[in-house]
Design a protein around this ligand. Sequence first.
Ligand code: ATP
Ligand code: MG
Length: 173
Amino acid sequence: MGKGLFVIYTGDGKGKTTAALGMAVRALGHGYPVTVIQFIKSNDRCGEHNLPRRFDGLLNVHVMGKGFTWQSENLDEDIALARTAWDFAAQTITEGKVKLLILDELTYLVRYNMVDENEILTAIANRPVEMHIVVTGRHASEKMIAAADLVTEMTEIKHPYQQGIPAQKGVDF
Ligand code: ATP
Ligand code: MG
């Protein structure tokens, strides 16, 4: 029986969501139930959305965002969506049914003041003792980093985008 960790994958380099999904695969390999909640992005073309039916109810993936907030025409709608998604995440924490909970892109809810940071950190701090929570997204806040047990910052050194190579199925989504 290990201690549930609070993990953050942040920074501008590619690999944050990928690292979180790697942890999901590892946990599933041990038969641990996993939930992934994706905030902000409307990426239901992602390979990870096909996984649940292959994992027999062990893995649940919920896409709860609709696009990039900084391009948004309707901020009120985005805030309402973020609120709904966060409430669902908070409920998932309280229920305590999963061993690993991935809160993909959650950092943006704090960064853009869509949900109160203290509310988020309190819910994470009060997670069931054995639940791991992984948060991804650029610009993790100082408070969030202070609260976490493990923080890795992805640093961009090279990205295929710089060579004009577009996003690819199975690699980027
Ligand atoms: P991934 O989902 O590939 O692990 P990520 O979670 O670290 O990436 P996000 O900010 O969520 O990064 O952006 C996801 C998308 O943006 C992916 O298509 C990814 O290839 C692309 N991307 C990530 N980092 C960079 C970068 N430094 N330059 C250009 N594109 C990037
Ligand atoms: Mg990501």
